[in-house]
Every structure is written in structure tokens, then in C-alpha cells.
Ligand binder design. Structure first.
Ligand code: ADP
Ligand code: MG
Length: 248
């Protein structure tokens, strides 16, 4: 499996690795569809109401909306953490609600997820936080090493590989969590308010990293309520209001 390569070098080997990565991600980039999806939680909260959405392969989409409007629910439906009450969630022709056990685990391996609160393990170094999922998935040590360095370079943290999360700034911690999400070169990257705890400079860095992965062909969906950030980028936007979606 190809790795992420970040530096713009002219060496043939790096060029080759880059184009391998681009080809791999764009061959497998994910298409996402919501068809008349309603999500009502057990307590009666209506998070989504008859929501329809199509995200093309390789698209970079922002999802905006006030707190409580259903943004996180939408992402949870996409990676199968929640099931729709009605309607269908389809990722790459696969109805997510039909996946169980190993098939659900394999499906989730194709999705990178970034959260607002980083979710790093404090007792592990940056490198360990980035690679432990690969270890759990049985990647060889050689393959893990092959992937680690370019991924840390992409997020600008190679020099911090041996630091622990509490030795890093918030922006750096979020970049570790992005590295963890992208080290397996997932064709679909979901980021739930990844800039929610960051200042404008760090937010912009995070968006640029997500755009870089998108430029390799990955489908990227980012929730945010930072209108300024959305305006600064020229990506399509879907607004969620009271569980209803509309393309802006
Ligand atoms: N696990 C849950 N159980 C019950 N209600 C929930 C749960 N998660 C979210 N909700 C409700 O669903 C609505 C949408 O929440 P959420 O998707 O988290 O919105 P957002 O991410 O836009 O803030 C809110 O009214 C919220 O209270
Ligand atoms: Mg949320």
C-alpha cells in the first residue's frame, strides 16, 4: 500500500511514491449518499429530518450549522456509529446499516476520523499515537515505519515524534490526531469541528493539511461553525438547520 509523501522533491523515487499514493487514494476515493435520512434518538431528539446528500468522490465539503443542528450525527451515520431511524446511508454503494462485525471493522478502516478534542493517548508518544491503530490492524513494523515519517512530515511534526501530547500545543495535538487519521491513507476523511478549539492560524494549518489529503484524491467532509474559515476556502458548503440539509 502506498504511503503519503509530502515534500516537493524532484527525486524520482519520491515522485513515484507521490503518484502511487495519488493513484491509490483516487482509485478508492469514497462516494457518500444520504437518502431520505431521519435520525431520532431514543430520547425523542430529532437530529436529522429527511436529509438528502450526495458527496462526490474526491470532493471537499464543509458542513456548517449551529450547535445541536445535527452535524456530528451526520458524520456518525457515515461511519456507522449511529444508525438511521429511516432512510439509507450509502458509502461506496454499501448500505452502512447492513454492516456488522468484521465487515463494519473493515469498512471503518477506510475512514479517517478527526475530532474536536483530539482523543490522544497521553501516556503514548506522538509516534505511538499515530501508529498504534496500524499495529492493532497487523501492519508490519517495516510498513509502519514506511508510513510514519511522511505522515509526520505532512502535519509538520517530525521533530516532535518522541514528545508526549502534554508537551504539545493544542494545534500540534490536533495535527497528531490528523496524522493518526490519515496514516493509513483512507479514501474518506471525516473531521468533526477539527478547528473548534484552535486559533485562526492553527485552524488554517489544519484546513491546509486536510486540503493536501484532498489533493491526493480523498473525499473530505469537515463540520465547522467557523464561517470565516469556510469563506476563506472555496469549497462547497452544506448547511444543517434543525436537522434539514441545504447546499449553499
Ligand atoms: N446520543 C444522543 N442521544 C440523544 N440525543 C442526542 C444524542 N446525540 C445528539 N443528540 C441530539 O441530537 C441533536 C443533534 O446533535 P448533534 O448531531 O450533536 O449536533 P451538532 O453536532 O450540530 O452540535 C441535538 O438536539 C442533540 O441534543
Ligand atoms: Mg457536534
Amino acid at each position: 500500500m502506498p504511503v503519503l509523501t509530502t515534500e516537493v522533491k524532484t527525486e524520482k523515487s519520491v515522485d513515484k511514491q507521490n503518484s502511487e499514493t495519488q493513484q491509490h487514494i483516487s482509485n478508492t476515493a469514497a462516494k457518500v449518499q444520504l437518502q431520505s435520512v431521519t435520525k431520532t434518538y431514543a430520547n425523542g431528539s430529532h437530529a436529522l429530518l429527511d436529509a438528502n446528500l450526495e458527496v462526490k468522490k474526491g470532493e471537499f465539503l464543509f458542513i456548517t450549522g449551529p450547535s445541536g443542528s445535527g452535524k456530528s450525527t451526520l458524520l456518525k451515520l457515515l461511519y456507522g456509529q449511529e444508525l438511521p431511524t429511516q432512510g439509507e446511508v450509502i458509502v461506496d454503494e454499501c448500505n452502512v446499516a447492513t454492516l456488522r462485525g468484521d465487515r463494519l471493522s473493515l469498512f471503518r478502516r477506510r475512514i479517517g476520523i478527526v475530532f474536536q478534542d483530539y482523543k490522544l493517548i497521553n501516556q503514548r508518544t506522538v509516534a505511538e499515537n499515530v501508529t498504534f491503530v496500524l499495529q492493532a490492524q497487523g501492519y508490519t513494523r517495516k510498513e509502519i515505519q514506511r508510513r510514519l515519517e511522511p505522515t509526520l512530515k505532512l502535519v509538520g511534526l517530525l521533530s516532535k515524534a518522541d514528545c508526549f501530547p502534554d508537551q504539545l500545543s493544542g494545534g500540534e495535538q490536533q495535527r497528531v490526531s490528523i496524522a493518526r487519521a490519515i496514516v493509513s491513507t483512507p479514501p474518506l476523511l471525516l473531521a468533526d469541528e477539527p478547528t473548534g478549539n484552535l486559533d485562526p492560524d492553527n485552524s488554517w494549518q489544519v484546513i491546509q493539511i486536510l486540503q493536501k489529503l484532498n489533493s491526493f484524491g480523498a473525499t473530505v467532509i469537515v463540520t465547522t461553525h467557523d464561517e470565516q474559515l469556510v469563506r476563506r476556502c472555496n469549497h462547497p458548503v452544506v448547511q444543517v438547520r434543525n436537522g434539514k440539509l441545504s447546499r449553499k
